[in-house]
Design a protein around this ligand. Structure first.
Ligand SMILES: [Zn+2]
Length: 461
């Protein structure tokens, strides 16, 4: 995943995180995409603040609940209070629908009028979270996390804030920046930061970003002059293993792309690798600390390559029996690719469709370097879904199977069978001649290899 993909994805639909436990269980590492984009069905957990900030009512995705015209807000709110007060796990879908009702309600004056006339919903949200604190740290955490945020959203109105403030301050006082209830504390802190910053002392959250940095990311380690690690919980042995894995990848990278050195203007000489302990910690802390979407398996932020600190944010694959940082070698490929193959920043890289290369090559190098079999991609190959010429048009709007599995197949085919074409396209990418590369892919290659490609797909096993 790279940063602008979020913007691209946001314009296409609502981003919601995957369940903490849903994706990893029974899924091979290769089967878990970095980004999962779904529309807001009731099983999807949380409206992350990054989305809440960026989404405008006009961009609301097609979904039954929140686009349905709600004509009787007072009745809907009374019903929601009853559900929250009598909640059992069989009400999960209803509660989630209620959270969407609240989230989208703020765009409608009738909704705010109804809450002002009867603000009991605020106390009901507080009662719900406090009574069901046991849900934090479970796969139904999203319910109490959403309720915390939806209560916080009422801080935007001076009159309703008088009701919401003491309730949220009480919630913050029950939790801390670390521990099982951290998602509640961070949720309050973030909404306060967004809507009630002037009163942050009331909640004890004024320096919450510094607190996360100081008390959560406690491990600092220097791998080399170019790679530093900030982590939540890595042992010396795990740090050594991580540093070695990255250091040895450099040679594997340069062997494939045969670059002449960094692209002009790239001063991203060093990389910071941030590693959270679990996918749940990643979702709790990374969004607010780095202003990223966290409904994915990691994120590389190139920043401005002329003056920036490149960084990728990842987490341990806590669902695997042995230690691994999820997508470590994939994200590191993005760093190397941005420095040695792709001119300019990520926005400039997106001038033409380059996703087949960016994500396909990150997958290709990650799997080939580790000597891992990419079982999902090999299974897709048998289906012969896409012509090679079609894959050159892949964007982040396409599904993750096309972006990652088929990107991998396209890159592997060209690297193995037509390295001279890879060299020609990369020569253009390196100088920012996006149109030149596009011309090579679309006209010089065109559909010339398609029949050979289909034959090659049939040989993979
Ligand atoms: Zn990626």
């Amino acid at each position: 995943m790279r940063s602008l993909a979020l913007v691209v994805a946001l314009s296409a639909g609502l981003l919601v995180p995957v369940h903490a436990t849903a994706a990893p269980a029974g899924t091979s590492p290769s089967g878990r995409p970095e980004t999962v984009r779904v529309t807001g069905q009731p099983t999807s957990p949380l409206l992350p603040p990054a989305v809440a900030r960026d989404l405008h009512p006009g961009e609301a995705p097609d979904s039954t609940i929140h686009t349905a015209a709600v004509t009787d807000y007072p009745a809907e709110l009374r019903a929601l209070v009853r559900v929250l007060d009598n909640y059992t796990p069989s009400d999960d879908a209803t509660v989630h629908a209620g959270m969407l009702l609240l989230y989208y309600g703020h765009s409608y004056p009738e909704f705010v009028t109804a809450v002002r006339a009867d603000p009991e919903i605020l106390r009901a949200l507080w009662r719900f979270v406090v009574r069901h604190q046991d849900l934090f740290g479970t796969d139904r955490q999203y319910q109490v996390q959403n309720a915390t945020r939806e209560l916080g959203r009422f801080l935007q109105y001076n009159d309703l804030a008088l009701h919401a403030r003491p309730l949220l301050a009480d919630m913050a006082s029950r939790a801390d920046v670390v521990g099982r209830l951290a998602p509640m504390w961070v949720g309050v802190a973030e909404m306060v930061d967004w809507y009630d910053k002037a009163n942050c002392r009331r909640y004890g959250t004024c320096d919450f970003r510094a607190q996360i940095d100081r008390r959560v990311l406690t491990v600092r380690h220097t791998c080399s002059a170019s790679v530093k690690v900030r982590a939540q919980q890595l042992t010396q042995a795990q740090l050594r293993q991580t540093c070695t894995s990255l250091a040895n990848q450099d040679a594997a990278f340069h062997r494939v792309v045969r670059d002449p050195g960094p692209v002009a203007g790239d001063n991203n000489t060093s990389l910071e690798v941030v590693v959270f302990n679990t996918s749940n910690d990643y979702r709790t802390y990374a969004g607010v600390l780095f202003d990223i979407s966290t409904n994915n398996g990691g994120m590389y932020l190139e920043g401005d390559p002329a003056l920036n600190q490149a960084r990728f944010i990842a987490h341990e694959a806590d669902w695997l029996p042995t230690f691994a940082i999820w997508n470590l070698n994939h994200e590191y490929t993005h760093y190397l690719d941005g420095r040695f193959d792709l001119h300019g920043d990520f926005e400039s890289n997106m001038t033409t469709p380059t996703v087949w290369w960016i994500e396909g090559f990150a997958e290709y190098l990650s799997y080939s370097y580790r000597g891992e079999v990419y079982a999902d991609a090999l299974a897709e190959a048998k289906k012969k879904t896409y012509a090679l010429s079609t894959l050159f048009d892949t964007t982040y709007d396409h599904d993750s199977t096309r972006v990652y599995n088929w990107g991998y197949l396209a890159v592997r085919y060209l690297v193995e069978k037509h390295p001279q074409d890879v060299a020609a396209v990369l020569a253009d990418y390196r100088v920012g001649d996006w149109a030149g590369a596009r011309d090579h892919l679309g006209r010089v290659i065109g559909s010339r290899y398609d029949s050979d490609w289909y034959g090659w797909l049939g040989t993979l096993s």
